[in-house]
Write a protein that binds this ligand. Structure first.
Ligand code: PMP
Ligand code: GLN
Length: 385
């Protein structure tokens, strides 16, 4: 019997496809975003300690108190928002679960949800499963042909009385775009007289370059009252395989979030939570080291790319660099990503898969969260083009 699919248009994610191809062909994998370095040893030591000392049974559904308090302390210190650890912070199974639970909690059948293209690939399927309708608003490409920004006019044209949720992702994967204080005020102007909630995917909050700072929606008084903010420890601690993150939201939204979270996952790995709580308490400054660490990687990668025929503007955030290959090929980005993986031995991510309608042209995303030798070898291969 044929299975009548709830997600007929969804295939296997591009991250799995490209990583598998890189493995099969032995290519350098700069596609799926994961670091080639380990989490801090002091953190893994604390997790190991808790594994051996009884931290192995269910944690509370919302997360252990110590970790929620450490997250609240950090949010107050870095974003100036005093969140209540009891009813405004929830530990979740990576950002993916947090985003999924938030969407299921808020979106009702027939509701519209706005995403900005290129949009991370987990948003739309979650909206579809909730019975919602995804509206894609493309970011606009600035005159330098590199910076991606919100097209406020298109956003204003798209939002309406049926818009239940607007999903934002700044620092932005894949383009590295960030929001300014003026952008947040503009966002507040646009949503003020609408019923829309905001879901802000801020997993790259600690990786912002050139002296800029990440501005969370949690930092903005007016936006915070209608926002759910999702973060991930995976990016921050070089541990994408741990799948642990958290959700910040005002109490009334946290209540709805937890109604879904408790049945999506119930509770998150206990020794991980204890280890992270210990580490956040003993090393509160770790966050502040991350941007400088990744800026060095970005600068190395870009200085190497300067010797190729590819064009780019250095990324403003995240551990991704967008490259425009128009000078070397007019192939479709999906085809070229596969071709370069097979023939040159460097895997990347095509941008068009994150867009409802192609508008970004000839662009690929490379992950520079790798050791220097890997980056040097990879760009050396691209230099031959
Ligand atoms: N959102 C964005 C924009 C991401 O890049 C990622 C992934 N890495 C996630 C969400 C998922 O994060 P996690 O691995 O914590 O589920
Ligand atoms: N977020 C990671 C990326 O953008 C991949 C996560 C995943 O593989 N699902 O590359």
């Amino acid at each position: 019997m044929e299975v009548s699919s709830k997600l007929p248009d969804v295939g296997t994610t591009i991250f799995t496809v490209m990583s598998q191809l890189a493995t099969d062909t032995g290519a350098i994998n700069l596609s799926q975003g994961f670091p080639s370095f380990d989490p801090p040893a002091a953190l893994t030591d604390r997790i190991a300690w808790h594994l051996r000392h009884g931290g192995n049974q269910y944690a509370p559904m919302s997360g252990i108190v110590q970790l929620r308090e450490a997250i609240a302390e950090k949010t107050a210190r870095l974003q100036g928002r005093a969140v209540h650890s009891d009813d405004e912070v929830t530990v979740c199974t990576g950002a993916t679960e947090g985003l999924f639970s938030a969407i299921q909690a808020l979106v009702r059948p027939g509701d519209e949800v706005i995403v900005f293209d290129p949009a991370y690939d987990s948003y739309e399927p979650a909206v579809t499963l909730a019975g919602g309708i995804t509206q894609h608003v493309p970011l606009t490409i600035a005159d330098n042909d590199s910076d991606f920004c919100i097209d406020w006019q298109r956003f204003e044209d798209a939002i309406n009385a049926r818009t239940r949720l607007v999903i934002l992702n700044f620092p932005h994967n894949p383009t590295g775009a960030i929001l300014s204080a003026a952008d947040l005020d503009r966002l507040a102007d646009v949503v003020r007289d609408t019923p829309a909630y905001l879901l802000s995917d801020e997993v790259y909050e600690h990786i912002v370059f050139d002296g800029k700072r990440h501005l969370s929606l949690a930092a903005h008084d007016e936006l915070w009252s209608r926002s759910i903010v999702i973060c991930s420890f995976g990016k921050t601690f070089h541990a994408t395989g741990w799948k642990i993150g958290y959700c910040l939201a005002p109490a009334k939204l946290t209540r709805e979030f937890r109604k879904v979270h408790q049945f999506t996952t119930f509770a998150v790995s206990t020794p991980m939570q204890h280890g992270l709580a210990d580490y956040l308490q003993s090393e509160p400054a770790f966050y502040e080291t991350l941007s400088a660490f990744y800026q060095q990687k970005r600068d190395l990668f870009c200085s190497l790319l300067a010797d190729t025929r590819l064009s780019f503007e250095p990324s403003r955030s995240t551990f991704f660099q967008i490259v425009n290959y128009a000078t070397v090929s007019d192939e479709r980005d999906v085809d070229l990503a596969i071709q370069w993986t097979r023939e040159i031995g460097v895997a990347s991510i095509p941008i068009s898969v994150f867009c409802k309608r192609p508008f970004t042209g000839t662009r690929l995303r490379f992950c520079f969260a790798k050791d220097d030798a890997t980056l040097t070898e990879a760009v050396g291969r691209l230099a031959g083009l």
